[in-house]
Design a protein around this ligand. Structure first.
Ligand SMILES: CSC[C@H]1O[C@@H](n2cnc3c(O)ncnc32)[C@H](O)[C@@H]1O
Ligand SMILES: [Zn+2]
Length: 657
């Protein structure tokens, strides 16, 4: 008789090996962290003697589930912002909250909470991408879970690094510390091609190759991402990452929703691990990944929950069921992604997608002892049909719930026995989590009150000069003004020609001001559009008075480069009203009597309001503004427009009238 540490007997064993062998009654012998043998119970008991024998009483014994893509610390952000599009959700809500709250304590707590949820739901390995990944690794190892831990690298300053160079340094140290750990596989996690430069992606790949660790990345998640990639690099996402050399590394790509057949061949040829995230793709309406096709081509498509802020849980049973149902629905084929294959995606193929298949994913001698026991006797899972092997898989994929998992073993150690967690104290975690939620709620409530703080949360805004002198007069002929501008008293610094599209957002509380989204199309002397520019201006309420026939305005003004679409800002700022103004503008910067002014000659196209000449100048000083107001009247005279009726209002106010 051979001595082992542990035997599970009297089980329905689903090995999930390449032949999908089952044993009933079956048994598994374990020594240390490894599976020594799996067979019929009789054969195992004949050959092995164990210190401890667990009678599984007809429970299912199978490999632990592999959650191949998640962000476990985001457990603390579960429910913080829902029912939003990916860009609004991520850039408008997640990232600003993360900048404010993500700390080593946040990450540790979130990971411990997630570990409890993962263990309870039968997950023994997860692949994570987040910040302060050192804390993720530490907490996961303490909870006893196996994890691929990816430190995020991104082009923006992040919660744990001011620059991507800093993130890469952090990642290098992190990899060195954890690379030989029995449970943790460190990895590099460039967030996505749209949030990383080519240089960042290449540096991350080099680091991964240097230490032979995987690269985790979000790929082709939304149609918008692919369109941006085509616009900026002329090719779709997969050819781009191939071109820049990323596919030399062991890639774990999350989502891959928008890829064509050619790209799928590339994924297959480079052994890219693909992770399908059904709930997240549904909730963020990212689209439907072609999982049936990718799987048929032999690509390793595993399953992930994504983070609990976009799901909102870590339930792999739900993901399996959804993966199968969605595949059937979108292919009009009920035989698509059948239960045995889906359960393989969540175990052995998931392990392959994480490049960990030599260690985990199936019950086979020599693999790590990562196992779960499932009680299938509850009412929602009964009765049981047995005449075909595949019925066991269907029972797990279609009818089993997380709370049917009774025992979890990782690396030969129990993390849960008879539904009792052995490495975590859920009660204290819950209390701490609620404290974070309270603080994050207050922060967001405060931010929602102010358009300015919402703007600052997503764009770098600079405050502009607060005094503005302006006058506007109707004009009849542009050519006459062109001639007048040649007068020697007026020195032209430069001249521009634009088509200008403005959208004004109005808010419930008028004191918040108006937000203007402006698109300038710059036209060259040949009449061609040569450049487009997008800006946001938050205009505070104006205090105005007449001064020397001009209007002197005093108001706050914040300017920011608009880096997202108008649709994004509309969904993010939620204005109560909008106004569109389109105009053709000739603009001159001039020096008149040693003072700088801007002269605009505008043709209002929408709404059709006619042609106007505007003179404007801005300054920080009230005194300066008053002096300029006098000069504006002189300049108007020099342009031969002294008799015209001056208008003090902005175009948006005129249009409202
Ligand atoms: C590199 S992970 C950290 C970073 O990613 C954000 N995130 C979470 N889920 C998704 C997703 O589905 N697509 C894109 N980005 C996601 C998370 O908020 C972190 O900032
Ligand atoms: Zn993700």
């Amino acid at each position: 008789m051979q001595e082992v540490d542990l035997i599970f007997k009297n089980a329905r064993v689903l090995t999930m090996d390449s032949e999908l062998r089952q044993f009933e009654p079956g048994a598994v012998a374990i020594k240390g962290d490894e599976i020594v043998a799996v067979d019929k119970e009789e054969a195992i008991l004949k050959k092995y003697n164990a210190r401890e024998v667990v009678n599984c009483q007809d429970k299912v014994l199978m490999p632990g589930l592999v959650n191949a893509h998640t962000h476990v610390p985001m457990t603390l952000l579960r429910g913080v912002a829902d029912d939003l599009r990916l860009d609004v959700w991520l850039l408008g809500h997640m990232m600003p909250v993360e900048r404010e709250f993500v700390s080593p304590e946040f990450v540790r707590l979130g990971t411990l909470m997630a570990s409890a949820e993962l263990i309870r739901s039968g997950v023994t390995t997860f692949a994570d991408m987040y910040y302060y990944e050192e804390q993720v690794a530490q907490a996961a190892a303490e909870a006893g879970l196996r994890a691929v831990c990816g430190e995020t690298v991104i082009k923006f300053p992040s919660p744990d690094a001011q620059s991507y160079e800093e993130s890469l340094e952090y990642t290098r140290d992190f990899i060195k510390r954890w690379k030989d750990h029995p449970l943790i596989t460190p990895s590099v996690a460039p967030h996505a091609p749209y949030t990383c430069t080519t240089e960042i992606l290449q540096a991350a790949t080099e680091l991964a190759l240097e230490f032979d660790v995987p690269v985790q990345i979000h790929l082709a998640e939304t149609r918008q991402e692919v369109e941006t990639m085509r616009r900026e690099h002329g090719i779709p996402v997969i050819p781009y990452i191939r071109k820049i050399g990323m596919l030399e590394a062991k890639i774990i790509g999350a989502h891959l929703v928008h890829v064509d057949e050619g790209e799928m061949h590339t994924l297959k040829n480079f052994n890219v691990g693909v992770v399908h995230n059904p709930s997240s793709n549904l909730k963020l309406a990212s689209g439907f990944a072609k999982v049936t096709q990718m799987s048929a081509m032999g690509i390793n498509v595993g399953i992930g929950t994504d983070g609990p802020a976009s799901n909102n849980d870590l339930d792999m049973f739900e993901e399996m069921r959804l993966a199968s149902f969605i595949a059937k629905g979108i292919t009009n084929d009920p035989t698509a992604l059948p239960a045995p294959h889906v359960l393989t995606m969540a175990t052995r193929i998931g392990a392959q997608a994480l490049h960990l298949d030599k260690q985990i994913g199936s019950i086979e001698a020599g693999k790590k002892a990562d196992l779960i026991l499932i009680d299938t006797s509850a009412i929602h899972n009964s009765p049981r049909y047995k005449r075909e092997d595949k019925m066991s898989f269907a029972q797990i994929v279609y009818a089993t719930k997380t709370f049917d998992v009774t025992d979890v073993l990782v690396n030969g150690k129990f993390l849960m026995r008879d539904k009792k967690l052995l490495t975590l104290d859920e009660e204290s975690l819950l209390k701490e989590a609620q404290n974070f939620a309270r603080r994050i709620d207050s922060f967001l409530l405060e931010r929602e009150k102010s358009v300015l703080s919402k703007l600052i949360a997503i764009e770098t805004a600079t405050e502009e000069e607060s005094f503005e002198v302006q006058i506007k007069v109707p004009v009849k002929r542009f050519d006459e003004i062109f001639e007048k501008l040649k007068k020697p008293e007026i020195k032209v610094v430069y001249q521009r020609h634009y088509l200008q599209y403005d959208t004004y957002f109005y808010f419930d509380d008028a004191d918040q001001g108006r937000l203007r989204y402006r698109e300038d199309e710059i036209i060259n002397p040949q009449g061609q559009i040569v450049k487009a520019r997008y800006r946001l201006t938050l205009l505070g309420p104006a205090f105005e008075r007449e001064f020397a026939h001009t209007v002197l305005l005093s108001r706050s003004r914040y300017l920011a480069k608009a880096t997202h679409s108008l649709r994004f800002y509309r969904e993010y700022f939620k204005p109560i009203k909008e106004m569109v103004i389109e105009k053709e503008r000739y603009r001159w910067k001039v020096v008149f009597k040693e003072t700088e002014f801007y002269i605009n000659l505008d043709r209002l196209v929408i709404p059709k309001m006619g042609d106007f000449l505007e003179i404007k100048s801005r300054t920080w000083s009230r005194h300066d503004a008053e002096e300029k107001a006098v000069l504006v009247a002189d300049l108007l005279k020099t342009l031969g427009l002294e008799a015209a009726e001056p208008i003090g209002k902005d175009y948006s106010d005129l249009a409202l009238e």
